[in-house]
Write a protein that binds this ligand. Structure first.
Ligand code: RB5
Length: 145
């Protein structure tokens, strides 16, 4: 599976950690930046990752900023994106099973590395359950029109 990843300066350390973590597990990872610690604007990286996912270049995306809030608000402005900010494994699983979230957002200043790894594992192993959830996701997507 190919995964798009991106962050601002507030999420750069967790991005690098998760990128290595995923590559060691055999995932293909496309890194949309940022690549250094200088202050940047999180909407730019959220847009890049979101557009990669919508275009089908990568199946899923992971976005990280200090809180995860800025990247999640930004990514959800891109048509076709359902970005979920998760700080626990249950939410990460539900974001796939119920919401069919195609981007996971994390806050580097909120959670530790170990929890972040588990949240990512849980998110990536979840599967959309369809059924009544498909109807609701369709209604979400209709809100874009
Ligand atoms: C950057 O200082 C910080 O505002 C950003 O990483 C993020 O937390 C915004 O939501």
């Amino acid at each position: 599976m190919e995964i798009a990843i991106g962050s601002d300066h507030g999420g750069i350390h967790l991005k690098e950690h998760i990128k290595t973590y995923l590559m060691e597990k055999g995932f293909g990872v496309e890194d949309y930046g940022t690549y250094g610690e200088e202050s940047v604007d999180y909407p730019d990286y959220a847009e890049a990752v979101a557009k990669g996912v919508v275009a089908g270049k990568q199946e899923l995306g992971i976005l990280i900023c200090g809180t995860g809030i800025g990247v999640s608000i930004s990514a959800n402005k891109i048509k076709g994106i359902r970005a979920a900010l998760c700080g626990d494994c249950f939410s990460a699983l539900m974001s796939r099973e119920h919401n069919d979230a195609n981007i996971l957002c994390l806050g580097e200043r909120v959670i530790g590395l170990g929890l972040a790894e588990k949240i990512v594992d849980t998110y990536l192993t979840g599967h959309f359950q369809g059924g009544r959830h498909a109807r609701r996701v369709e209604k979400i997507m209709n809100l874009e029109k």
